[in-house]
Write a protein that binds this ligand. Structure first.
Ligand code: ADP
Ligand code: MG
Length: 415
């Protein structure tokens, strides 16, 4: 997938080369731009989201009796004036972001655009981009060409399983971007792609056509992780263990294998290199592959999409983690929750966030990942958003999330 150079127009928003031009005219322009493919995928419009018109509470998405296993809903903290209020934007981002957020929270009214028309669009538009000078500074910090910006390394290897059996919540995007962010800032990182679709491999630009040595060989044939791990181009401290379509059959093939739940753990434990982080990108299911990831890991990171039904099924995931803890891996724990695809213009996103923070408290990262076209475009170029558009709000947010993860990791005790 490549965009042609030349003939840049505001519509040609996918082309990295068009960014300056788009920015120069974007804010003043009132010409509606066509929705890009990534806008329409998974982004319901305000009118089609059931909660938007009738304003039900989030609790409506759960059964009346608490079969979700999440317990009762704690009263959400008020955003306004709350010192622990989460950061939805870079701390030094334009004040209009903060004003809009506070305005929304206090008046409940949709933010208005110039000219008095309410902005009810769910699209991510140019307002989500950072001003140019700030963006350039961010880009340098994120790409870190001199290596002067570092994130603290953990005292021992952290194996983090990124799981949520719901598809499309941002598992792969989170793995790719956090892994790249940590690797660009002095950490040695391994990404294990455990989804037969191989999206994490694609996102890191690592070949994963059928027949490529992959995680399948580790699980089913007992190959070592080192044999199949591939360096990620342009990111010196990052390697990826790709997944090919062969993995689709692994769940069935593993049934007859000895210690079938421990196969990935064995492979990861046997990885000889010094590594700070291993991220495992799980498939959207709770089958044997995810169980292998939960057995191999010490921590679980759950990305939660700030959308309707976001928490449905989470109870089942948590119960599975408890089962694995009881029978297979006593050290596993949910260490991190990351809110993804946050759209600050919707009250729904805010409600989901407050509910998640009410339930999960400290393990929810302060940083929230906004819904951003840049984030969804990056895999098309075999890149993370960190390298595809390092000054963008998506990159900034993932950088912030990685920093939080690194800071928390630095406080872990050694072995
Ligand atoms: N913050 C975001 N803003 C916009 N699109 C996103 C964002 N995060 C993920 N996406 C897109 O949403 C889709 C699903 O994300 P993905 O990370 O593949 O989810 P999962 O791995 O949970 O199935 C992908 O097309 C991805 O590019
Ligand atoms: Mg995925």
């Amino acid at each position: 997938m490549a965009y042609q150079e030349g003939g840049d127009t505001p519509e040609r928003i996918g082309a990295p080369t068009s960014r300056g031009y788009r920015r120069a005219i974007g804010r003043a322009s009132v010409t509606p731009r066509p929705r890009s493919m990534s806008d329409s995928v998974g982004a319901p419009t305000g009118t089609s989201t059931p909660s938007m018109s009738s304003e039900p509470t989030i609790g409506m998405s759960y059964p009346a009796t608490d079969t979700s296993g999440l317990g009762s809903v704690a009263t959400p903290p008020s955003r306004t004036g709350d010192p622990a209020a989460p950061r939805h934007a870079a701390p030094d981002s334009a004040t209009d972001t903060a004003t809009t957020a506070v305005g929304e929270a206090s008046t409940g009214a949709a933010p208005e655009q110039e000219g008095g028309f309410p902005d009810v669009s769910r699209e991510t538009n140019d307002d989500d981009d950072l001003p140019l000078a700030l963006e350039a500074r961010r880009a340098v910090q994120i790409l870190n060409p001199t290596g002067s910006v570092t994130m603290p390394r953990p005292p021992r290897r952290r194996v983090i399983c990124v799981a949520n059996q719901k598809g499309g919540v941002g598992k792969t995007t989170t793995v790719v971007n956090i892994a790249v962010a940590l690797a660009l800032h002095g950490n040695r990182v391994v990404v294990v792609d455990l989804d037969p679709q191989g999206n994490a491999s694609t996102g890191l630009g690592v070949d994963h056509h059928a027949g490529t040595p992959s995680v399948y060989e580790c699980l089913v044939e007992g190959a070592s992780l080192k044999e199949v791990a591939k360096p990620v181009e342009g990111i010196p401290n990052l390697v990826c263990v790709p997944a090919t379509i062969d993995l689709a059959g692994a769940e069935i093939e593993l049934v007859s294998v000895v210690a079938r739940e421990q196969r990935l753990k064995r492979a990861i434990d046997g990885y000889p290199e010094e590594v700070d982080y291993v991220f495992i990108d799980c498939p959207p299911s709770l089958g044997l592959l995810t169980v292998n990831a939960l057995v191999a890991a010490e921590e679980v990171l759950i990305p939660i999409q700030c959308e309707y039904y976001a928490l449905e099924g989470l109870g089942q995931l948590l119960r599975n983690i408890e089962l694995v803890k009881a029978h297979l891996n006593p050290v596993i724990r949910v260490s991190t929750i990351l809110l993804t695809m946050y759209d600050r213009r919707t009250k729904l996103a805010d409600q989901v966030e407050q509910e998640v923070r009410g339930h999960f408290r400290d393990i929810v990262l302060d940083t929230v990942i906004p819904r951003s076209v840049r984030v969804s475009e990056a895999p098309g170029y075999g890149q993370s958003v960190m390298t595809y558009d390092p000054g963008s709000r998506g990159a900034t947010s993932y950088f912030g999330a990685a920093q939080e993860i690194a800071r928390r990791g630095a406080q872990l005790g050694g072995q």
